[in-house]
Design a binder for this molecule. Structure first.
Ligand code: SAM
Ligand code: SF4
Length: 356
């Protein structure tokens, strides 16, 4: 299921808006007032992390969510089952914080793989510890991984992630490929004056190893609120840096709801992607819904409000009642994130606690 024609207004302009006029149609799926249907669930398993990437969180870390607020495995699986069985979710991405820090991750993956219809399961990770765990995760039912890697230089890795762990990440990438978690994708954020000269080296590395590389524009989601538009490396700049060494032609593969715009490299078949959330927003095709580790539902990375599912879950509400809270939350999803509007305000919850 990708699109349902509900006879609702399509998104035309760039201004953010909220569906507040039409009545929600009688469908079990996660439709919004602009005709989009959410089928991809991003779940944060923990807000904790063992790195401190400068564009994500401060050196001292954050005040982590209290243990009592974090969903237990049983609670989390109950919500995920509702999402798959009642709401039409077909893809579940496990993220964080660092999802490999969640105790019992392999068991969670195995349980999710047992749902019917079976969702595709992927993991967004910094890959620390993946070298050891990739085979077991693949055996449990994990389909794919996205690994964050911003630099191939040890000193820079230490500067960006504030930890000396580059070797662990590279070993994790190798192990993921060996375990069949393919295609292994790499997410890279370029920072001005830090690693901006690594666009081409990162692509060469990815091509050599058979990884799929995607650059992500830096977004205003860091806990320190230090994002600066002037300082951000744009998709345009990234492409210019790549074109200095590679021939890039627009990919012939249909983009669908994928956040990355893709280019064929040197005639293909290998490709490179750019996720230009700021300069080329793709909100009109968004198919995502998000659940935080403390059971809060968000209809957008940038939304200013959340729906508490933990309280009704713990109060014993029925699965259909919980599904209805989920449907109502998605119905009022705004047309766009509004980063480029003067009224934009960064959400209180940082990326590491939402789940990127
Ligand atoms: N810890 C895991 C990791 O790093 O892959 C998963 C969580 S992390 C928040 C998910 C993705 O968000 C990573 O690829 C990271 O590079 C990206 N990210 C974090 N902060 C960002 C920001 N301010 N702008 C753009 N991407 C960001
Ligand atoms: Fe941790 Fe991922 Fe944020 Fe880096 S980007 S600090 S690895 S959550």
């Amino acid at each position: 299921m990708t699109a349902v024609d509900l006879g609702l207004p399509r998104i035309g302009g760039k201004a953010p808006g909220v569906a507040d006029t039409a009545t929600r149609p009688d469908t079990p799926y996660l439709v919004d007032g602009f005709g989009r249907v959410a089928t991809d669930l991003r779940v944060s398993l923990t807000d904790r992390c063992n790195l401190r990437c400068t564009y994500c969180m401060p050196e001292d870390g954050l005040d982590w969510l209290p243990e009592s607020n974090t969903l237990t495995d049983a609670e989390l699986l109950r919500l995920l089952r509702i999402a798959v069985e009642r709401l039409g979710i077909t893809d579940i991405r496990l993220t964080g914080g660092e999802p490999l820090l969640r105790n019992g991750l392999e068991g969670l993956v195995e349980a999710i793989a047992g749902f019917r219809p079976r969702p595709r399961i992927s993991l967004t990770t910094n890959a620390i510890g993946l070298a050891r765990r990739a085979p077991r995760l693949a055996a449990a039912g994990l389909d794919r991984v996205n690994v964050s890697l911003d630099t191939l230089q040890e000193d820079r890795f230490k500067e960006i992630a504030r930890r000396d762990r580059l070797r662990h990440v590279l070993d994790g990438l190798d192990a993921a490929r060996e375990a069949g978690l393919n295609p292994v994708k790499i997410n890279a954020v370029l920072l001005r004056g830090v690693n901006e000269d690594e666009a081409a080296p990162l692509l060469r590395f990815a091509l050599d190893h058979g990884y799929h590389l995607r650059f992500i524009e830096q977004m205003p989601l860091d806990a320190q609120h230090g994002w600066d538009r002037e300082n951000m490396i744009t998709a345009e700049e990234i492409l210019a840096k790549l074109r200095a060494e590679f021939d890039l032609a627009p990919s012939s593969t249909e983009r669908g709801a994928a956040p990355a715009e893709r280019w064929q490299v040197n005639g293909g078949p290998q490709e490179v992607g750019v996720i230009a959330s700021v300069t080329r927003p793709f909100c009109a095709a968004c198919d995502r819904t998000r659940l935080t580790a403390d059971g809060q539902l968000r209809n957008c990375l940038f939304s200013q409000s959340e729906t508490d599912l933990r309280t009704p879950l713990r109060a014993g509400e029925s699965e259909e009642q919980i599904a209805d809270h989920w449907r109502a939350t998605m119905w009022v999803k705004a047309a766009g994130h509004g980063i480029n509007s003067d009224e934009f305000t960064q959400p209180l919850r940082p990326m590491s606690a939402i789940g990127g």
